[in-house]
Ligand binder design. Structure first.
Ligand SMILES: Cc1cc2nc3c(=O)[nH]c(=O)nc-3n(C[C@H](O)[C@H](O)[C@H](O)COP(=O)(O)OP(=O)(O)OC[C@H]3O[C@@H](n4cnc5c(N)ncnc54)[C@H](O)[C@@H]3O)c2cc1C
Length: 266
């Protein structure tokens, strides 16, 4: 059994965010981190590894420096890493990205007992499309928004967190799960893990390695092939400070109601 975790290197938006004159992110000038939801995905996989002794593989698509993020995942306890990196993949939208990641995972191989885990959403692209699209391409059942994962043999039970409650779903492996931050608290790298990380295998898949995979359509990858294009990017205007009403009495409630009625909100 193995668990394949898809992790993305993203700009650290808690620091200074720089934008190019054309409105795109100036990624080169920004610090990078592993996408936060993906840290929860990795922790979920490592927890199952602690319990079952399974293998954990991390994969990413991105420029060569993203291999540093994979080394950190190896230091946390992952066993193997793969990076899909090529000029031809640059500028891919979510449709193209999920094709490349699905082909990467397909090349590694998904067997009956395996699980693929993604974060729910990346903090830069922010679409939450890539996990479900990988599942579609690999023909795997998918469960999104996982706040708890239990494995019992080939049965996976996931508690999904929705806006207004929880939903529990069971499925059989192989399957794909996307997870949210409520799932767990990611572990730190250990000192021995950092040393071991450099002797663990990290493989690069370039365009040649993946171009003939049946899940790749060469006409719909990279910037040119991506079906979506950014035609405008802008910073939304700052919202006003808002109005604070003090008190929890009837008078305050009536005042709030009349303000909302006045603005045709209720
Ligand atoms: C026209 C266009 C051009 C773009 N050009 C670029 C560009 O040049 N450079 C760039 O960095 N981005 C670019 N993007 C953004 C890029 O498409 C998205 O960052 C990427 O496709 C993932 O989408 P997302 O960030 O919304 O991921 P989400 O769907 O929100 O991510 C969900 C989960 O999928 C997995 N995942 C997503 N992306 C990756 C990845 N790359 N590797 C491993 N796992 C992943 C992670 O587990 C993640 O938590 C472009 C987007 C468009 C529309």
């Amino acid at each position: 059994m193995k668990i394949i975790v898809s992790i993305k290197q993203v700009p650290d938006t808690s620091g200074k965010v720089s934008v190019n004159p054309d409105g795109t992110l100036d990624r080169a000038s920004m610090q990078t981190i592993t996408n936060p939801d993906d840290m929860n995905a990795l922790e979920a996989a490592l927890k199952i590894k602690d319990e079952t002794g399974c293998k954990v593989i991390v994969v990413t698509m991105g420029p060569a420096p993203a291999a540093g993020m994979l080394r950190e995942a190896l230091a946390m306890g992952a066993d193997e890493a793969y990076i899909a990196s090529a000029r031809e993949f640059g500028g891919s939208d979510t449709y193209a990205t999920s094709q490349i990641l699905a082909a990467t995972i397909n090349t590694i191989g998904v067997e009956k007992d395996d699980i693929v885990i993604c974060g729910r959403q990346a903090i830069d692209g922010d679409t939450a499309q890539v996990g479900p699209q990988i599942a579609e391409k690999l023909h795997l059942p998918q469960i999104t928004y996982a706040a708890d994962i239990q494995k019992d043999g080939d049965t996976i039970t996931v508690r999904r967190m929705l806006e207004d409650g929880y939903m529990t779903i069971k499925t059989k492996t192989p399957c794909l799960i996307t997870c949210i931050k409520e799932l767990n608290t990611p572990r730190y790298m250990s000192v021995s893990g950092v040393f071991e990380a450099y002797s663990k295998p990290l493989t690069t898949f370039n365009y040649e390695s993946l171009k003939d995979d049946p899940l790749i359509d060469k006409t719909t990858i990279g910037l040119k092939g991506s079906p979506t294009n950014i035609f405008k990017s802008f910073t939304p205007p700052q919202k006003g400070a808002g109005i604070m009403l003090e008190g929890n009495d009837r008078k305050t409630c009536d005042k709030l109601a009349s303000m909302l009625i006045e603005k045709h909100i209720i």
